[in-house]
Design a protein around this ligand. Structure first.
Ligand code: F6R
Length: 598
């Protein structure tokens, strides 16, 4: 949700701001802008457009801030684009000032005029009014912090200065150090071309960056504790693929191996390298899994496996509901929070709720050192690498890999499966799954053929039973988010209780059916829609030939291999369909990758 960048140093700031903003576009791409000591330049639309506007710029100003927006308050327009300037203050903001209307009314009585519809301009005006009164920017920011309700990461410039001031609350912000000066950004991926040395700001801290140094205010430490990012420039390149999403789909067998390798010892799950003691899971009576979107979908598959292998009651919650409609608390409940970005506001808020209510919390996070990872009692990192495409693929499957391993660890601790079977399943996860993924990737031509079949349809349906239904939820989300086909997921038996009325000639109905016991039932449901005109597609690891109009036969001998293979095929189907429809695959309409507002 909005990307922020800033630079002060010895070199011209504009080109650096543009480089950083391009890397931050995944956080929002409605509009963008940069401010230097000399001028503000804004554009409606992508950073490439802003780059064109600045191509012949002779602005050599060595300080500047930039922003790429995911609109919340106010339409997508140049006026609402950041940076905003009022009086001597120019700023960019990520987050939402919830009490902006009250502050606006107060400032209007003082004669302040606003040109945008944003909460950000109000924040800018408030800081400016405090600054005008005291002449002390740090005091002005401190005073404003006390007034703001909501979330924020601000980068602030004061007229005539070469400094950048920054503060954050609930929205992420890092500063970074290089030979040519100091940077700030919403996350490190924006700064990899310049430096890897960074400091993640704590909530409430105020930082002043000048070309030669950093000052901290409201902080427990006097100088930043620098860390070194493990990202590399290669992580952020397309490496010859047409889209980041395709690259990330193809990386999955490798990143799953990376994620699992240190957590398997003597062919058994072992989370000791994550700091989890051998009896960490032993007294767990119940599990809550909390996440949003695909992360929540991964949680559902995790639930299926945990209940099947370890017999522990597991409930999955949409994070935005968890703290407002909480379940009745029971003792010995483990809350598992899943987040690729580690910054999703709803998931973070649920984590805070769980901690306040005395739950034991464990997070599964991809981006290192992020809010959810830091705030939870324990964290298991997935090693998916940087995920740049807005629609998650490798982020999701590495979450699935960890959840599968947790399910096996739980079954080991509770002896719900014989030791040899746990070993066999662990081996299938580590050795079989990556191979099955590679095999599924080689079916791309068949999937292209299917994409041709569905590309012109307005609606599609995914159906399945049990864990296959949970996979359908992810397949359906992938299809709608990147191809804009209105796709719905249904438990296979449920379609006939109303929704079947939407089936018309050639409506695609995609069934995932890997469970031998449930297979005949799902196939019957497929035949019900076929006889009403649907174009039926069956994704299955079972050996069948004529149960649907088109069959994707997965080469996946076990349940775990089938889970991952099914997902690869629906990811590819969404990708190929979106490609044929001419969609902006890596940056789908209205979306942003890191959702840092509630
Ligand atoms: C869909 C997608 C989203 C995210 C969700 C949670 O492709 O990427 O549904 O899964 O916004 O994001 P994280 O995992 O960063 O908390």
């Amino acid at each position: 949700m909005c990307g922020i960048i800033g630079y002060t140093g010895s070199q011209a700031s504009e080109p650096k701001l543009i480089t950083g903003l391009k890397a931050l576009e995944y956080r929002g791409y409605d509009s963008c802008g940069v401010a230097t000591k000399e001028k503000i330049t804004k554009a409606k639309g992508r950073v490439a457009y802003l780059e064109d506007l600045l191509r012949n710029s002779e602005d050599m100003s060595t300080v500047g801030i930039g922003h790429t927006r995911w609109a919340t308050h106010g339409e997508v327009s140049k006026e609402n684009a950041h940076p905003h300037r009022i009086g001597k203050i120019t700023l960019v903001h990520n987050g939402i000032i919830e009490n902006y209307a009250e502050i606006k009314a107060e400032l209007q009585t003082q004669g302040v005029k606003f040109v945008s519809q944003t909460d950000t301009e109000i924040a800018c005006a408030l800081i400016n009014s405090y600054y005008e009164n005291s002449g002390d920017i740090i005091e002005a920011i401190k005073k404003a912090q006390k007034r703001f309700v909501g979330s924020y990461a601000f980068a602030i410039m004061v007229e005539g200065e070469n400094k950048i001031y920054a503060t954050r609350y609930k929205s992420p912000l890092i500063i970074a150090k290089s030979k040519d000066g100091y940077y700030l950004a919403s996350d490190m991926s924006a700064l990899i071309p310049f430096t890897r040395k960074y400091y993640r700001m704590n909530e409430g801290e105020i930082i002043c960056l000048s070309p030669n140094g950093v000052e901290l205010f409201n902080a427990k430490i006097s100088t930043p504790l620098w860390e070194i990012s493990n990202l590399s420039i290669e992580d952020t390149r397309k490496e010859g693929y047409d889209h980041y999403m395709l690259k990330e789909i193809y990386e999955q067998s490798t990143v799953i191996k990376n994620t699992l390798s240190k957590r398997i010892k003597s062919v058994l799950p072992d989370f000791s390298e994550d700091g989890l003691s051998n009896d960490y899971f032993k007294d767990i009576h119940e599990i809550h899994i909390i996440g949003c979107g695909s992360a929540m979908h991964a949680g559902l598959v995790g639930k299926g496996l945990i209940e099947k292998y370890a017999k522990i009651p597991t409930s999955v919650f949409v994070a935005s509901e968890y703290r407002y409609n909480p379940p009745i608390k029971k003792d010995n409940t483990l809350c598992i929070f899943i987040s690729q970005s580690g910054e999703t506001a709803d998931t973070f808020a649920s984590l805070e709720y769980a901690k306040q209510n005395g739950y034991k919390t464990l997070s599964i996070v991809n981006a290192q050192n992020t809010s959810i990872a830091i705030e939870s009692h324990n964290v298991i990192y997935t090693y998916a690498g940087v995920e740049i495409a807005v629609a998650t693929t490798k982020g999701y499957t590495t979450q699935l890999a960890i959840l599968s391993l947790i399910a096996l660890k739980l079954s080991l601790d509770r002896s719900t499966l014989p030791l040899e079977q746990v070993k066999d399943l662990t081996s299938k996860l580590y050795n079989g799954v990556p191979k099955a993924i590679e095999t599924t990737l080689s079916t791309r031509d068949k999937i292209k053929f299917l994409a041709e079949k569905i590309k012109d349809r307005d609606d599609a349906f995914y159906i399945g039973r049990g864990v296959d239904y949970y996979l359908c939820k992810e397949g359906s989300l992938k299809l709608k988010e990147i191809s804009y086909i209105n796709s719905q997921d249904y438990p296979a038996g449920e379609l006939k209780h109303g929704t079947i009325s939407l089936i018309t000639e050639n409506t695609p109905v995609i069934a995932i059916a890997n469970n031998i016991d449930l297979f005949p039932k799902t196939v019957s449901n497929l035949k019900e829609v076929k006889s009403r005109g649907a174009y039926t597609i069956l994704i299955t690891s079972l050996r069948v030939t004529d149960e649907a109009d088109c069959i994707i036969n997965l080469n996946a001998p076990s349940e775990l291999e089938a889970i991952f293979s099914s997902i690869i095929s629906v990811q590819l189907l969404s990708y190929e369909t979106a490609l044929l429809r001419g969609c902006d695959i890596d940056k789908p309409r209205n979306l942003a990758k890191s959702v840092t507002v509630e």
